[in-house]
Design a protein around this ligand. Structure first.
Ligand SMILES: NC(=O)c1ccc[n+]([C@@H]2O[C@H](COP(=O)([O-])OP(=O)(O)OC[C@H]3O[C@@H](n4cnc5c(N)ncnc54)[C@H](OP(=O)(O)O)[C@@H]3O)[C@@H](O)[C@H]2O)c1
Length: 269
């Protein structure tokens, strides 16, 4: 029997690369996708040597409208289907909504929202036929908190992913006899290239180390949660406390705190 295959988007760095390492350590074959092919190939060869698993590297830009079809087609030609999907690719779009071009906003929505949902829609029928599947959508603690001034669509797409995951998990629970689950993983600040890419590294380096997590425990929390059938997971005690606070705090207070915080955690230029 073929080993199970996990497809991971945004596998060339950070949390996605860590998902690849942890699923490979569990004995899964790995399909890695992102734009930087050299990074994917380097990680693929590390996984093959270290864990003896099979890997497939697919260079794709999720901002392109047909990228999900191309990724699934690249797997089909090798006779592979997806047993686990990790929708992880993402970035922060610095600046304000007003000052950012529609092209950039539309690409952002495509990479962080439309592509994950499209990929889930394309792999789910096969999962239902085989009676097994795992879908992890990497959302964010930002999906819980009040909206910020700057990076305007980020919290919006992440809260959309949380709701989508909850609903899809409920739908999967209704598949009779099937072991299919969907989870939104909601990290807080996590060491990766994310803040270098969005140009907030300098501000971030001033924050307390207590606010930060390594990618490894974040990823482990996601894998454990989806195996349990838990629709949403917030990794780490500090993040869990913040998520609880945002739910019990009166909304105007949450908004006021986020407006003040936006100056340090968001770029508004
Ligand atoms: N780090 C944090 O503090 C944090 C907190 C909460 C949530 N998150 C979420 O965690 C996820 C992973 O982020 P990370 O922290 O691991 O950041 P990262 O280290 O910058 O990795 C981002 C990944 O997304 C890929 N990506 C970006 N644009 C893409 C595109 N157009 N098409 C295909 N792939 C693309 C990048 O690959 P290429 O550049 O090679 O394409 C890279 O592999 C994101 O969804 C992010 O929103 C991160």
């Amino acid at each position: 029997m073929d080993r199970r295959l996990c497809l991971i988007t945004g596998a060339s760095a950070g949390i996605g690369a860590e998902f690849a390492r942890q699923y490979a350590a569990l004995g899964w074959d790995i399909a890695l996708t992102a734009r930087r092919e050299d990074r994917l190939k380097e990680l693929a060869s590390e996984l093959e040597q270290k864990y003896g698993v099979h890997t497939i590297s697919i260079a794709q830009d999720l901002a392109r409208a047909n990228s999900a079809d191309k990724i699934i087609a690249a797997l089909s030609v090798q006779g592979r289907h997806v047993d686990a999907l990790v929708n992880n690719a993402g970035y922060g779009l610095p600046g304000t909504f007003f000052n950012t071009s529609w092209k950039s906003q539309a690409e952002f929505i495509r990479v962080l929202y439309t592509a994950p949902i499209e990929l889930a829609h394309k792999v789910l029928p096969g999962m239902a036929d085989r009676g097994y599947g795992r879908i992890i959508n990497v959302a964010s603690l930002a999906g819980y908190a009040a909206g910020s001034n700057g990076h305007t669509l980020y919290a919006s797409v992440k809260s959309g992913l949380i709701k989508f995951s909850e609903s899809l998990n409920a739908e999967c629970d209704a598949f009779e006899g099937a072991d299919i689950h969907c989870t939104a993983l909601c990290p807080g600040f996590t060491y990766s290239e994310f803040h270098d890419v969005n140009g907030t590294r300098e501000q971030m380096d001033k924050m307390s180390k207590r606010m930060w997590m390594d990618a490894a425990p974040v990823v482990k929390a996601g894998i454990d949660a989806v195996n349990r059938g838990q629709p949403v997971v917030v990794p780490g005690l500090v993040n869990k406390s913040l998520a609880t606070l945002t739910r019990i705090m009166p909304e105007p207070i949450g908004r006021a705190i986020m407006r003040r915080q936006s100056r340090t955690i968001r770029r508004q230029d």
